[in-house]
Design a protein around this ligand. Structure first.
Ligand SMILES: *Cc1c(COP(=O)(O)O)cnc(C)c1O
Length: 430
């Protein structure tokens, strides 16, 4: 499998080079030259397969021969070595719980896969690799945990000051060793912009071997397909599910759409957004207008210029009408998010986090208009990660898992920085 750049100005690369480079030199995103189709019988027999077999079959064509089979098997097994259950919430709504990994968010899947692939690829490199990543909250923790103590790899994480939850901040500022956190006085989009600029800075790239761990990296994006297949494996209804994905940078839903293009049965996708509604606007009126991000209760989705949306357009040959048949997108307000968390907890004894609540509200709206359909929402994080906002909503305390309890005792260590690329460059060159 080869990957081209969505900007069309860079040469084709294989999985190894796409993973190491992160972003294409022409600032485009790497995209597979063709969409693999699943082996015959794979979907019909999916209930008989193990999670590992499913994941390996899905990812193998994308990796090609850049990783030996046994090594890839081991990477896949470590990537998904936690529960990913589909849990019923109501008669027609199910929750795919993606938060049973080490940092309590779905980004563990991509983070674990990518860190292991990159660790494999840089084994025989003489230069140390610097993984540079911007986070809106959960990427930082997942990437830090994935790369912690990996030899030959340094990780630098940029996060927007005051715009991540306290648990999220602790997860990325308390590891130390090869992990450095930078608190940027700005928004997530500022952080992302600084990171993107670093990748295209020729002088910097001569001195440092830089790579990205954002969802633009194919090694983070592609394994996110796994759990869409796992959800189908656990789906017992006749009709395929409607799937609602809380979306920010649109990597997660783009992986779902890729799985769909490979043959996964899905009735419809909903990209559930908060007040940052660039994509809902676009699907409605065809105008794509990135906006500065506005802060909301679902902070990991506060993205005003979603990086991965270009890949969705690529998947559907930039044909808006074709896209609209399978994807709708809706913006959910903070008031609706709060009301949803409260109501689902009171009526169904199920506690959503604010991101899952956005997806729930969007799915509920959709199902009201499609009464014979049933759906799955992707519950992307454990509510404990957002206890500061969730506890007041339900007016009670959430039980704290032991691994979170441990970091709450630690002191955060980070470098503070203005949202100005020259500061980041100086810092990296030190
Ligand atoms: C990152 C994140 C999202 C958004 O995912 P994208 O792939 O950026 O669209 C949603 N929910 C949570 C909890 C997240 O951490």
């Amino acid at each position: 499998m080869h990957y081209y750049s969505t900007s069309q100005q860079s040469p084709f690369v294989d999985f190894k080079e796409a993973t190491i480079k992160g972003q294409a030199p022409d600032k485009g995103l790497f995209f597979p030259e063709h969409i693999p189709t699943l082996p015959p019988g794979f979907i019909n027999n999916i209930k008989k397969l193990s999670k590992e077999e499913i994941a390996l079959t899905v990812i193998q064509p994308y990796v090609g021969d850049t990783i030996p089979k046994e090594k890839l098997e081991a990477i896949v097994a470590e990537t998904i070595n936690f529960n990913i259950p589909v849990v019923p919430v109501t008669d027609n709504i199910y929750s795919l719980e993606l938060y049973h990994g080490p940092t309590f968010a779905f980004k563990d899947v991509g983070g674990r896969f990518m860190s292991r692939c990159l660790g494999h690829f840089v084994k025989d490199h003489d230069k140390e690799v610097t993984v540079l990543v911007a986070t809106s909250g959960d990427t930082g923790g997942a990437v830090a945990s994935g790369f912690y103590n990996v030899e030959g790899v340094n990780v630098v994480i940029l996060y927007p000051s005051g715009k991540v939850s306290s648990v999220q901040e602790l997860q990325l500022t308390t590891l130390g060793k090869n992990i450095t956190a930078i608190e940027v006085d700005g928004t997530f989009d500022d952080c992302q912009q600084m990171v993107k600029q670093a990748f295209t800075d020729a002088e910097l790239n001569k001195k440092l071997f830089l790579t990205s761990a954002n969802s633009i990296n194919v090694a983070r994006w592609l394994p996110q397909q796994f759990y869409y297949f796992f959800s189908y494996q656990q789906w017992h209804q006749e009709q395929p599910p409607v799937i609602s994905v809380p979306s920010g940078n649109f990597g997660n839903i783009c992986a779902g759409l890729l799985a769909y293009r490979s043959g996964l049965p899905v009735k419809h996708f909903i990209a559930a957004c908060n007040a940052n509604d660039v994509v809902p606007q676009f699907l409605q009126n065809g105008k794509y207008t990135p906006q500065p991000a506005v802060p909301t209760l679902s902070n990991a989705m506060d993205v005003g210029s979603p990086s991965n949306f270009i890949r969705i357009m690529e998947l559907f040959q930039h044909d808006l009408q074709q896209l609209q048949q399978i994807l709708s997108s809706v913006s959910i307000s903070d008031a609706e998010t709060t009301a949803t968390v409260k109501q689902i907890f009171t009526d169904h004894n199920y506690l959503l986090d604010p991101h899952g609540a956005v997806a729930y509200a969007a799915l509920e709206k959709y199902l009201q208009k499609h009464q014979d359909e049933k759906g799955i929402l992707l519950e992307t994080a454990h509510p404990i990660k957002f206890y500061d906002v969730v506890e007041p909503m339900i007016d009670q305390k959430i039980a704290v898992p032991a691994s979170i309890e441990a970091i709450l005792q630690k002191e955060k260590q980070r470098v503070k920085m203005e949202a100005d690329y020259t500061f980041l460059k100086d810092f990296l060159l030190q």
